[in-house]
Design a protein around this ligand. Structure first.
Ligand code: SP5
Ligand code: ZN
Length: 349
């Protein structure tokens, strides 16, 4: 199986994030996640690791606001030169606002911190020097996987895995959040949408709010997310069952919020509903936002999906026999992450 990965993410390693209650904790979305996955993939005889192609900025700007991308590109440098304390020990710092734009208006502030509260939705999208380059390369991994499934005509519907870090599904057109800066899966799905109908299924534990926002008024990309009910879980304000699209997009977004403690049985019966919607839509291409934080024991999740459950999820998605780009999202039980990803991907090789 074609896998697209780059080491460019490594220096994107903020020294902390902030949890509920103002608790400063080590950054859970860390480079070790990739090492766990790489080690497990290298033990298989089917993982074919490739560097991503540079697609330039156009496919990114087709999904993201240009002023937001310019903000991401320059935020760290500006932050560094704005404060001597940061300049004195940059490695102990991360760029984060403390004030957020509640129900914002279209007016973008002119100052760095004003922009930060406008473009960032929470305290886990920390920006450091290497963040923008890492986010761009991560999107190129997703685009490379999309290009591979588009071009490969050999042996039946093909699939490819984009080992993306940072993840993407919480990033919207003009905002970062939840460890995400550029929405890799949305960039890939939008790129594919010029070649055919696309379905994007998000199986990360958290609602794919960024993806939902980006495609909400479109009917050429069906977006579906299965996740912890936002009534109790991050991102809290979006991802409810009655949000089904607007304008031309009515009926082309679906959310499946599930209760705390959801296990294999509850998850798989919901997955079957989602897969039926995809079958009825009859897409040419499938993009999967593949978060592994539904796994029992994930430090950010409450679900009880087991390794066997993840295998079954992979099997049922693969049974659609669609060209499929699998995009890495979350998953923080690092010691199980490699095995879980291999268990998912085995169904697509
Ligand atoms: C890509 C992805 O999975 N992003 C998830 C970001 C979630 N950030 C929310 C942090 C809320 C912390 N709650 C701590 C609960 C620990 N039991
Ligand atoms: Zn997640």
């Amino acid at each position: 199986m074609k896998i697209f990965y780059s080491d460019n993410h490594r220096k994107h390693y903020p020294p902390f994030e902030v949890f509920d209650g103002g608790k400063r904790v080590p950054y859970l979305e860390n480079p070790n996640r990739m090492d766990q996955i790489l080690n497990a993939l290298k033990k298989t005889d089917w993982a074919d690791l490739n560097q991503p192609t540079d697609f330039g900025l156009d496919p990114i700007l087709a999904v993201h606001d240009k002023d937001y991308i310019a903000f991401l590109a320059s935020a760290w440098t500006q932050w560094l030169s704005s404060d001597p304390e940061v300049a004195a020990s940059p490695e102990q710092n991360a760029f984060l606002p403390a004030t957020f734009a509640l129900r914002r208006t279209p007016r973008v502030p002119s100052t760095l911190l004003g922009k930060a509260g406008y473009y960032i939705m929470d305290l886990s999208a920390c920006i450091v020097e290497a963040t923008y380059a890492a986010a761009l390369t991560s999107a190129y991994c997703a685009l490379s996987a999309a290009e591979f499934i588009l071009l490969s005509t050999v042996n039946r519907p093909s699939s490819a895995f984009a080992l993306c870090r940072p993840p993407g599904h919480h990033a919207g057109n003009d905002y970062a959040g939840g460890y995400c800066f550029i929405n890799n899966a949305a960039v890939a799905a939008n790129w594919l949408s010029s070649k055919g109908k696309v379905a994007l299924l998000d199986i990360d534990y958290h609602a794919g709010n960024g993806t939902q926002d980006i495609f909400y008024e479109r009917n050429d990309v069906l977006t579906i997310s299965i996740h912890g009910d936002p009534d109790f879980e991050y991102p809290h304000y979006i991802g409810f069952a009655d949000e089904t699209g607007s304008g031309d997009g009515i009926g082309f977004h679906r959310n499946f919020p599930l209760p705390k403690g959801t296990g294999n049985e509850g998850y798989l019966s919901t997955l079957d509903e989602a897969l039926n919607l995809i079958k009825n839509f009859a897409p040419n291409y499938l993009v999967i936002s593949a978060g592994m934080d539904t796994f029992d024991g994930d430090p950010l999740g409450t679900f009880k999906v087991t390794r066997e459950g993840i295998g079954e999820i992979g099997k049922r998605i693969a049974a659609l026999h669609l060209p499929t780009a699998i995009i890495m999202e979350g998953g923080y039980a690092n010691e199980a992450l490699g095995t879980n990803i291999v268990t998912l991907l085995e169904n697509f090789k």
